[in-house]
Design a binder for this molecule. Structure first.
Ligand SMILES: C[S@@+](CC[C@H](N)C(=O)[O-])C[C@H]1O[C@@H](n2cnc3c(N)ncnc32)[C@H](O)[C@@H]1O
Length: 223
């Protein structure tokens, strides 16, 4: 079995936020959704690459986009298909997208490419299928958030709980690594909640820190 196959099996058995409602999930990401600005793509052909349970697929359908959602986990895709009305749901690997070149106006891949061994190849595929003047937004886990979270949570005494504990492959990046390795633009980081077990409560980073230390780094390209 390859690592990628193990990752696929993992997502078949752990649908990402599978028991959440769209409202609950969207409440967690207000700034991210503002930045993504799905309404801007109303009427356009858009791709949700690694759709999971299809929350953003639904958001894009609701914004009037023509959505194609792909995921290699059939179980995740079943949930997305049930939730996502008019979206076309296709099982495939982002590394080999079954689409002609330069067809999508907009593509997102949020919380996906840090779980796959060939991230570089995946980004090349996204570059291939997005139109030349199109937009693509990719979210990667931020290594600085992990470090800050561990420091504030007292080193070694606290394990950060992402939504994917047990996933066979999780990679963390710095802004510089993303820029140098993948030659794409970095917009900023989002995600300001830090759990401090010492005080038994959540703190929220100010925006000036969140843009560098936030949970997820938003990168890609846009006109
Ligand atoms: C953390 S979930 C994120 C789901 C969704 N984007 C979201 O934000 O809720 C990661 C998803 O990416 C999918 N995935 C990971 N690597 C993939 C690949 N190479 N091709 C297709 N799907 C992939 C997994 O099956 C899983 O459903």
């Amino acid at each position: 079995m390859t690592l990628k196959f193990d990752v696929m099996l993992f997502w078949d058995n752990h649908i990402c936020m599978g028991s959440w409602t769209l409202e609950e999930r969207n409440k967690l990401f207000p700034k991210e959704l503002k930045f993504l600005d799905f309404q801007r793509h109303k009427g356009e052909l858009v791709l949700d690459a690694g759709c999971g349970a299809g929350f953003d697929t639904q958001n894009m359908v609701n914004a009037g986009c023509n959505v194609v959602a792909v995921d290699f986990s059939l179980e995740s895709l079943r949930v997305a298909h049930r939730n996502c009305g008019t979206a076309n749901c296709i099982q495939c690997d982002i590394e080999n997208l079954p689409f002609r070149s330069r067809v999508f106006d907009f593509a997102i891949s949020l919380g996906v490419l840090h779980h796959t061994p060939n991230t570089e190849k995946d980004i090349e595929e996204l570059k291939r299928v997005v139109k030349r003047n199109g937009r693509c937004i990719i979210m990667f886990y931020n290594r600085l958030y992990l470090i800050l979270h561990r420091l504030l949570g007292r080193v070694g005494r606290f394990e950060l709980k992402y939504d994917d504990p047990g996933c066979p492959l999780i990679k963390f990046y710095t802004i510089t690594e993303i820029r140098c390795k993948y030659k794409i633009q970095v917009f900023r980081a989002f995600g300001n909640r830090i759990w401090i077990p010492h005080f038994g409560k959540l703190i929220h980073l100010p925006d000036s820190l969140e843009r560098y230390f936030g949970f997820g780094i938003y990168a890609g390209w846009q006109p």
